[in-house]
Design a protein around this ligand. Structure first.
Ligand code: FAD
Ligand code: FES
Ligand code: MG
Length: 361
């Protein structure tokens, strides 16, 4: 029986060196359309490059439709309908991890930066932190808590589905140079944001002490991951159902009081937690960096949505942060601003729940 094969012409418009040249490629995929993105090896070193499919011709028996002397094989097709969810892992009933195929973002992402995504065409833009990346595979990890409409919509997607927009990396990478001993304090889903920072510091030879806290055992995430990059790990739960009972500030205070000399404390979690980590560290004079996550809209410094007061000056978390000197942040103002859209969010959450209910029926 004849085998149908597909030849695609790709224009590497993203590569200034070869833009405009139409190379023909044999394509092992059958659902290719003009306008899709295609990843193919290019040049003598077979460097992977993304180009746009300009022409698609189906032929039989792997024969090219006309004599050509330059044929390689397309490795992947990225549909123009968005960014592929390569892997989905449920970490606990409210926290999900996804690996998204986004090679250009994965190429440059660093710990502490974030992306902004839009789940579908009419979706809102939400920021999520880079929780890891695999530059070779071209994937970027996100870990998110299902708190409202958009995160519920995102969680409804599965492996093989697409996310409409995925922009980044945005913000400044966490400062890690020269640090020899650091205490990482993570709260709840903030631990997902803290993990790549702990991993980066560990890989640079820094001594990492991690304190991670959750409301209860069921909400615990990333324990093994933290174990492998921490010289010392303390797990706290509010109700004592796992690890030690109490707040993350307790072991931090004990460590500081017993004379631990950290170059820096890095706190990532709910605003109220970060506020009290700063209060705990202040008497000991240890530099404390916090990761601020105010309302963000454009992520480019244009809309002003993410403004914070830091050291008496207005700063934009998306371009000046998200990391700031904790001693300088006006937490009380940030806490008030973070509830600006509470009523709107409640309505959005309810309407989404009804939608999902209808779908289930
Ligand atoms: P909603 O019901 O709309 O909102 C729930 C809460 O999220 C509210 O407190 C609301 O103020 C806040 N929120 C809603 N929209 C935004 C927005 N556009 N920007 C900031 N906050 C918003 N969450 C994670 O679970 N994992 C992460 O890695 C993560 N990283 C973040 C990094 C940055 C730089 C920022 C600013 C936020 C990050 N968040 C992260 C928070 C995440 O963006 C919100 O949980 C998400 O936007 C909630 O949207 P929703 O529609 O599901 O819920
Ligand atoms: Fe708009 Fe920062 S998100 S200015
Ligand atoms: Mg929302």
């Amino acid at each position: 029986m004849n085998k149908l094969s597909c030849f695609v012409a790709i224009d590497f418009i993203d590569d200034p060196n070869v833009a405009g040249s139409n190379y023909w490629y044999i394509c092992p995929f059958t659902d290719v359309e003009v306008g899709d993105k295609a990843v193919a090896p290019l040049g003598r070193h077979n460097r992977e490059q993304t180009g746009t499919v300009r022409k698609v011709i189906f032929t039989e028996d792997n024969k090219a439709p006309f004599p050509i002397d330059y044929i390689k094989s397309v490795r992947r097709i990225i549909k123009d309908n968005g960014y592929l969810i390569v892997k989905k892992t449920v970490l606990n009933p409210t926290v999900t991890m996804m690996d998204i195929y986004a090679p250009l973002v994965a190429k440059k992402a660093e710990a502490g930066q974030f992306i902004i995504l839009r789940v579908d065409e009419d979706g809102e833009r939400i920021p999520l932190t880079v929780a890891g990346y695999d530059r070779k595979a071209g994937t970027l990890k996100i870990i998110f808590q299902i708190v409202g409409g958009t995160t519920a919509r995102l969680n409804a997607k599965n492996e093989g589905d697409y996310i409409k927009d995925f922009v980044g990396p945005l913000g400044c990478a966490t400062h890690t140079e020269g640090l020899k001993k650091v205490c990482i304090v993570g709260g709840g889903v903030g631990c997902a944001i803290a993990l790549p920072v702990a991993q980066k510091l560990h890989s640079l030879g820094c001594e990492v002490h991690s304190v991670i806290g959750f409301r209860n055992k069921d909400l615990l995430i990333l324990e093994n991951e933290f174990k492998t990059c921490s010289d010392k790990l303390t797990i706290m739960t509010d109700d004592g159902s796992y690890g030690r009972k109490g707040l993350v500030t307790q072991p931090l205070h004990e460590a500081l009081q017993s004379g631990e000399k950290y170059d820096e404390i890095i706190a990532i979690g709910p605003l109220i937690m970060m506020k009290f980590v700063v209060e705990t560290a202040k008497p000991f004079g240890i530099k404390t960096t916090v990761s601020m996550n105010p309302i963000m809209i454009d992520g480019t410094g244009m809309c002003g949505g993410c403004r914070l007061t830091v050291g008496g000056k207005t700063k934009f978390a998306c371009v000046d942060g998200p990391d700031f000197d904790g001693y300088e942040v006006d937490f009380d103002e940030a806490i008030v601003r973070s509830s600006t859209y509470a009523e709107f969010e409640r309505r959005e959450r309810e309407s989404n729940c009804n939608l999902f209910n209808k779908e289930v029926r």
